[in-house]
Design a protein around this ligand. Structure first.
Ligand SMILES: Cc1ncc(COP(=O)(O)O)c(C=O)c1O
Length: 417
């Protein structure tokens, strides 16, 4: 997969300088006017293509972060750019009270390539999860004597809305916002007995990530999901998988549940669906598609622009077997990272599936490693003080893996340890 250098980079930089002379630098503007909700890394990107990014000084980087696992086809993929361009000149938004083709096309594509029957479109991962929880509660109201409680797991991550913070089993996200909405129980991950113990007559669903992403790339035992599936069947409660990070090819199959050989009742998607364009999706089996008109909704979810983007990206992913590329490149990356682990005694673990990989250190050097990589032109995610996460776009090539690993190797060898 050869990709060209964009001819427009100099022009972009010239245009940006002119704008900035009038308005102040991007970093000044952001610092002055945007809330201080995240520790930012002092780089301003102005252009992306494929796996490459350019900053405001024209410096080139290789992107192993892909907008936190969202940019499945890399930056500005032609299939996506063309769909956005055409749709933006045709119809951008009408309300959900009317019919439009892109939503129907994307829904059909997702249904035909999954084990599900019905779709709801939202605008983000958290919103998709909220909708899934509402769907489960609706099902509980209609079929399970009013059961409403959701069992989720410790170290999970389901998003930043209040209910999703309650579902997310990490105290650091919950503490500042107490009291949280009721009806969520957080139990140990990869522990079927913990789910069994927490199940009561009030339980309507179990919500899990097939592999915990933000929690540290935690991979459960091979039979964990099958055991949870059996338990949910026995109790008549829903099994809902949050595939916002693991879905759309990231683990080497279109959906993570395929790897574990089970069929969930509901899944949620977001990140990879439209390669950086905001969209969220709930997919459900017919039996659990229990919303009646007016019981759930959204102004922007399902809009023609986002759905045309999602359709173009998802179609490209499926037709070009991009999940297969993720699987092959994931194995290749693991080989290379295992070699680094042999070389550097401070790498304590390398684990992952497809292109969701963690490099764990036996000391807190991940931030220093991230900055050393950045200086050498590799964008990489530091997830925890001792853990880097490798989540590149799924179109990555062997050459790009080699380049990235070369930079990581140099960066690690330069850390004074
Ligand atoms: C598994 C999982 N669920 C939900 C979310 C939240 O998605 P969003 O940030 O689009 O709301 C994330 C984001 O990282 C995620 O990884």
């Amino acid at each position: 997969m050869e990709r060209e250098v964009p001819p427009s980079i100099e022009k972009i930089l010239r245009g940006k300088k002119m704008q900035e002379n009038k308005a102040g630098s991007s970093q000044e503007l952001v610092q002055k006017y945007i809330m201080n909700f995240i520790k930012r890394i002092p780089v301003t990107f102005v252009k992306g293509q494929g796996l490459r990014l350019w900053d405001e000084n024209g410096k080139e980087y290789l992107d192993f972060v892909g907008g936190w696992a969202a940019d499945s086809l890399g930056h500005c993929h032609p299939a996506l750019a063309q769909a956005l361009s055409e749709q933006s000149m045709t119809l951008i938004h009408v309300s959900n009270a009317y019919y439009s083709l892109p939503a129907g096309q994307l829904a059909e594509l997702l249904v035909k390539n999954s084990c599900f029957d019905k779709v709801f479109f939202a605008n983000s991962g958290a919103e998709a999860n909220e909708g899934a929880v509402k769907l489960a509660r609706r099902y509980g109201g209609l079929k399970l004597n009013g059961a409403f409680e959701i069992i989720s797991t410790i170290n999970s991550f389901h998003g930043r809305t209040l209910a999703m913070v309650a579902a997310t089993g990490q105290a650091k996200f919950q503490k500042p916002y107490l009291p949280l909405p009721e009806g969520f129980v957080n139990v140990d991950y990869n522990n079927i007995e913990a789910i069994k113990r927490a199940t009561t007559s009030k339980t309507c669903a179990v919500l899990l990530e097939p592999i915990q992403g933000e929690g540290g790339v935690n991979i459960p035992d091979e039979d964990y999901l099958a055991k949870v599936r059996d338990w949910c069947d026995e109790k008549g409660i829903l099994l809902m998988l949050d595939e916002i990070q693991t879905g759309m090819g990231r683990l080497g199959k279109l959906f993570g549940y395929e790897i574990f050989g089970i069929e969930p009742d509901v899944i949620t998607l977001a990140k990879g669906v439209a390669s950086g364009v905001a969209i969220g999706v709930i997919l459900a089996k017919e039996r659990f598609s229990v919303f009646s008109p007016g019981e759930h909704g959204t102004t922007f979810g399902g809009n023609p622009l986002a759905c045309a983007a999602g359709y173009a990206v998802s179609k490209y992913l499926i037709e070009n077997n991009i999940p297969g590329n993720a699987e092959r490149m994931g194995q290749y990356l693991m080989l290379k990272l295992d070699a680094l682990k042999k070389k550097y005694s401070f790498i304590s673990d390398v684990r992952g599936r497809g292109l969701l990989i963690a490099v764990e250190f036996n000391r807190d050097i991940a931030e220093a490693a991230m900055y050393a990589c950045l200086a050498k032109g590799l964008v990489i995610n530091f997830l925890k003080p001792n853990l880097l996460r490798v989540i590149p776009p799924l179109i990555i090539t062997e050459t790009e893996v080699d380049t990235g690993i070369g930079i990581l190797d140099e960066a690690l060898s330069g850390l004074a340890l």
